[in-house]
Design a protein around this ligand. Structure first.
Ligand SMILES: *[C@@H]1O[C@H](CO)[C@@H](O)[C@H](O)[C@H]1NC(C)=O
Ligand SMILES: *[C@@H]1O[C@H](CO)[C@@H](O)[C@H](O)[C@H]1NC(C)=O
Ligand SMILES: *[C@@H]1O[C@H](CO)[C@@H](O)[C@H](O)[C@H]1NC(C)=O
Ligand SMILES: *[C@@H]1O[C@H](CO)[C@@H](O)[C@H](O)[C@H]1NC(C)=O
Ligand SMILES: *[C@@H]1O[C@H](CO)[C@@H](O)[C@H](O)[C@H]1NC(C)=O
Ligand SMILES: *[C@@H]1O[C@H](CO)[C@@H](O)[C@H](O)[C@H]1NC(C)=O
Length: 931
């Protein structure tokens, strides 16, 4: 057993006396008030008065009673605007025991009220709130009584409140209203509410009201644990855990004496310490530094090692109050490296993460709220989404700043799957008020949220907002004439108010003011950089919807791309629940209604048409469903091109300083409704073609060919899956990332190998081998010619082969370049395949594709939810797309090309299903079916 010291006590509040807590008879009790249909929900103007569940919102309560249709059906979002304009009241009766009623302290804990609410217990007002991200503990001592009690949580329309606040504001806080195409509500920036609940360019407006998190009574004598947070840290080579214990306290007491016990069973660690808790304005916290005497197993990102986690339990005992919290911690270090890229300071700073001492390329995506109605997001749904994420090799996810601070379940699953989280604070594409009450509320929000989340090893970064630095600098909000006014507000919010709180709560991670930003350089330039989108500093967001995104020359060369994307429709099957038959038509009103991005449908069609001919079917429904498939091809190809472009630049520095790109987080992983959006997994959980492509473009060892210019093929090998080191040229000072190459490097590092020779073997396998190119003509399955090249690379991404396209075409006798297809494969010294891919030499619209008849030949059960599906084709087929109709699940691959007459893919069903039933639902098509 170790003893440790209480290293900090919050300043003492003003109180009259101190109780001997041991003399109190009653002990800590929690009385849950949430549950299924045990509240009533009412609205005055309509007389609605119905049983409702908590957590919940008025939309799901009305839907459960069939008083409204599915809000996502067709344009019901517009039909139900009145719901958001009305005031909704939740109320119920509850019974309280004698011991609870007589407790020295009874708090009504509301972990989340959405958003503008006042709370009454037994007819007395106990508190108000206007911030859905804040946990409240309202004092109801002496108000709750033994026996029957009542509670009323009265919500005010967030829409009307936001309008009113705008009117009251002494000056405009833009952007006022969203663009008309979003069909949303105005002034959401006036409220600390999920910003996208008033609409976004990928989602509808459902301005929810409701009790969205647990609600309960806490009855105790002196103090109980509200929350425990812990940050493992390496201090002088030795691990320690900084544990914060945050209390709900009886403020009538000057101080409370008690005992904290910390247990980490897997480390045989138990610590017991006497502590004294004192409170200031109801806040009480003690901080313990727990040194670890023994070695721990490290937590690694997905693809780099295991996600070792340790259960930790913290128990506080004070007289009869006994309360505890359990959670998991992971041991890992994180550094955000911003060093000069070379000895020439004009070339800018690096921007990359080092985890456990190793540079790690972020292969990632961006997360938006998984539902308009948070109460519908189950742990199973999150598990499905995050498992799908990890399954395609994603190791990082930005939690975007226009949604919510996600649930415990979300971050626990990220810890478990090794998904590093870039956590935005919830401010997005807007300017914000800075009056005192607003800033105070924000301060409470940020303190609580950082305390709540900071023990998760998955979180690697805090960022103050989404795109607000860029928006302010680039005059998105028409604030140019009053720049200083809004600039000062910006600094007041993200620098003066938020920064000290985040830094004070967490000195183990960086806080960036904005995403994207120039990071250190933005700070140097006064927090709003002259060019926040600079390629030489920090991260960028990239959106260009009128360029050819299958051509890598159009992309930028940043240090990191934390957003980039292009739209594609959700899967056809996922529209079935929200579309009527007449909606399946290119120019149906619903097609416009679901598109929330200005000019989005025209841009998407134009992007498709650059590469593929649109269907000419005379059947409107066929033409539209073909189009869905074509937009998904275009999206998958565009994102493949851009993602591989970033990966190829990770160890390359151009003479102007651009390069060393160490992250590619595409926009966006998930969807909030069935629509054309940037997502790779649609709202109903079906993978779009992009998600299948991610598993190829994010594979750890990647052969990546591209056309450097119209006639030059360049083939890169990218091996960021193996441990690497930073090395600098001793003359130019230029940085590059080199795969570890000898036993000494590996031994000195924290590489998670069971044994050094395994790691070395894996490195050797990736960094040298044989590249084989094979050329086909679409007219035949028989290859025309193959070329072999031995390669060896000494950085994590390098060119291994260049060739003239016309020469390859002529050597292979391929006739016309428009019909030539190149297949690439790499193998190690034992001829084991390490990576495969392909490249066209022309876009499909120029090609003469044979009409391929593809059939599902057989479906075999190989375990209860896993099937093998054999397909055959009578001709070369591009973008072979399998769908399973109503059978939910995913394929091992999809959207692939058949250059062989047969292929077998696996199907992973989400639920039990028979092979016969699956076969009945299977459909397969390829590009020649729709042209
Ligand atoms: C709560 O109790 C009061 C008094 O018994 C009763 O009039 C009222 O209907 C109850 N409310 C609910 C929601 O059950
Ligand atoms: C923990 O302690 C138990 C009993 O004292 C012992 O059997 C076990 O080996 C220890 N575990 C570790 C990891 O040291
Ligand atoms: C600038 O702000 C002032 C008030 O502070 C306001 O009167 C004026 O209209 C603003 N100008 C612009 C262009 O927004
Ligand atoms: C590239 O080559 C193709 C085929 O030779 C040709 O049709 C096309 O115009 C060329 N594009 C450019 C930009 O030169
Ligand atoms: C620079 O490195 C090379 C080998 O990488 C070495 O031969 C040379 O001596 C070094 N020069 C200096 C000045 O350190
Ligand atoms: C790395 O390989 C390149 C050629 O691929 C070669 O020019 C360079 O000298 C090598 N660098 C080192 C440090 O071995």
């Amino acid at each position: 057993m170790f003893w440790f010291r209480v290293s900090l006590l919050i300043a003492t509040g003003i109180s009259q006396w101190m109780l001997n807590t041991n003399s109190l008879v009653n002990s800590y009790e929690q009385v849950p008030l949430d549950g299924q249909l045990n509240w009533m929900l009412s609205e005055a103007s309509t007389g609605v008065n119905i049983p409702a569940s908590v957590p919940g919102s008025m939309y799901t309560a009305l839907l459960a009673k069939n008083l409204i249709q599915d809000p996502l059906y067709r344009d019901n979002d517009n039909k139900y605007v009145w719901l958001g304009n009305s005031d909704w009241t939740y109320y119920r009766n509850f019974t309280v025991s004698k011991s609870v009623a007589e407790s020295s302290k009874v708090l009504l804990v509301c972990e989340g009220l959405d958003t503008v609410a006042s709370v009454m217990v037994n007819g007395k007002s106990v508190g108000d709130t206007d911030n859905m991200f804040v946990r409240h503990a309202f004092d109801v001592t002496g108000i709750v009584k033994e026996g029957d009690n009542s509670i009323i949580v009265g919500f005010r329309s967030a829409v009307l409140e936001a309008l009113e606040r705008d009117q009251k504001s002494s000056y405009e806080i833009p952007p006022n209203c969203p663009p008309p195409v979003q069909q949303g509500q105005c002034h959401v920036n006036q409220l600390r509410k999920e910003q996208c609940s008033f609409s976004w360019d990928w989602g509808p407006s459902f301005p929810t009201q409701g009790i969205w998190k647990p609600i309960y009574l806490n009855a105790f004598s002196a103090a109980v644990v509200q929350r425990v947070s812990a940050i493992p840290k390496k201090v002088s080579g030795q691990w320690q855990v900084d544990v914060d214990v945050i209390f709900d306290v009886n403020e009538d007491l000057t101080e409370v004496k008690g005992q904290v016990q910390v247990d980490v069973p897997a480390l045989n660690l138990t610590l017991v310490q006497d502590v004294t808790v004192s409170s200031s304005q109801g806040r009480a916290k003690v901080v313990l530094k727990v040194p670890l005497a023994r070695d721990v197993l490290l937590w690694w990102p997905n693809g780099y090692g295991l996600q070792n986690l340790y259960q930790m339990t913290v128990t506080f005992t004070s007289g009869s109050d006994v309360s505890s919290r359990s959670f998991k911690v992971g041991f890992r270090t994180v550094e955000l490296i911003q060093d000069p890229v070379s000895s020439d300071s004009k070339k800018g700073l690096t921007f990359y993460f080092r985890i456990n001492g190793l540079p790690v390329f972020l292969k990632g995506s961006n997360w938006i709220p998984a539902d308009n109605f948070q109460e519908r997001i189950t742990r199973d749904r999150l598990r499905f989404l995050l498992q799908s994420t990890a399954a395609v090799g994603i190791n990082s996810m930005r939690v975007w700043g226009g949604g919510v601070y996600e649930s415990e379940d979300f971050y626990e699953l990220c810890d478990e799957f090794g998904i590093m989280v870039w956590q935005d604070l919830m401010f997005s594409v807007a300017l914000y008020p800075t009056y005192d009450g607003f800033l105070q509320s924000v301060a409470t929000e940020i303190r609580q949220q950082v305390q709540r989340l900071k023990h998760h090893p998955s979180i690697i970064l805090w960022a103050g907002n989404n795109e607000n630095e860029k928006g302010l600098r680039q005059n998105w909000f028409k604030t140019q004439d009053n720049f200083t006014l809004y600039y000062n507000d910006y600094v007041k919010l993200y620098v003066t108010t938020i920064k000290p709180i985040v830094n004070g709560e967490d000195d183990s991670r960086e806080y960036l003011l904005s995403s994207p930003s120039n990071a250190k350089e933005s700070e140097k330039e006064g927090y709003v950089a002259k060019d926040p989108g600079s390629e030489l500093y920090g991260d960028i967001h990239f959106y260009e919807n009128v360029v050819d995104q299958w051509n890598p020359a159009v992309f930028r060369v940043p240090r990191m791309a934390s957003e980039y994307g292009i739209q594609g429709w959700c899967n056809n099957e996922s529209l079935a629940s929200v579309f009527a038959p007449e909606d399946y038509s290119m120019d149906a009103p619903m097609i416009g209604h679901r598109q929330h991005h200005f000019n989005g449908n025209a841009e998407m069609a134009a992007e498709v048409a650059l590469h593929i001919d649109l269907s000419t079917s005379s059947d409107a429904a066929v033409k539209f469903t073909d189009y869905i498939y074509l937009t998904q091809i275009n999206q998958a190809m565009s994102m493949r091109t851009q993602s591989e472009h970033y990966r190829r630049y990770q160890s390359r520095l151009l003479s102007d300083g651009r390069g060393l790109t160490m992250g590619a987080l595409y926009w966006q992983l998930n969807d909030i409704w069935q629509a054309p959006t940037w997502a790779s997994i649609d709202y109903e959980g079906r993978w779009k073609m992009l998600h299948y492509y991610a598993q190829h473009f994010f594979q750890p060892t990647l052969v990546s060919p591209y056309l450097q210019d119209n006639n030059t093929l360049n083939v890169y090998m990218v091996v960021d899956g193996v441990p690497s080191l930073e090395r600098r040229d001793n003359v130019t000072g230029e940085l590059r990332f080199e795969p570890m190459s000898d036993i000494d490097d590996i031994k000195k590092s924290s590489v998670p190998a069971p044994d050094v020779s395994d790691t070395l073997a894996a490195i050797n396998k990736a960094t040298s081998g044989r590249l084989t190119l094979t050329m086909y003509n679409y007219a035949s399955f028989t290859p025309l010619k193959s070329w072999n090249v031995d390669y060896s690379i000494n950085t994590t991404a390098d060119s291994v082969y260049t060739a003239s396209v016309s020469q390859l075409v002529s050597e292979a006798n391929c006739a016309s370049r428009d019909n030539c297809f190149l297949h690439f494969s790499t193998a190690d010294k034992n001829n084991a395949v390490t990576s495969t891919t392909w490249l066209f030499l022309s876009y499909p619209k120029y090609s003469n594709l044979p009409r391929a008849q593809i059939k599902v030949v057989a479906v075999r059960n190989i375990s209860p939810q896993v099937f093998e599906v054999d397909i055959s084709s009578d001709a070369f087929a591009l973008y072979v797309w399998l769908s399973a109709g109503d059978v939910l699940g995913r394929f091992s691959d999809n959207g692939f090309h058949l250059h062989t007459p047969t292929a077998t893919v696996k199907f992973y069903a989400a639920n039990d299903v028979t092979a016969a039933k699956l076969q009945e639902n299977l459909k397969v098509k390829s590009l020649s079916d729709v042209q």
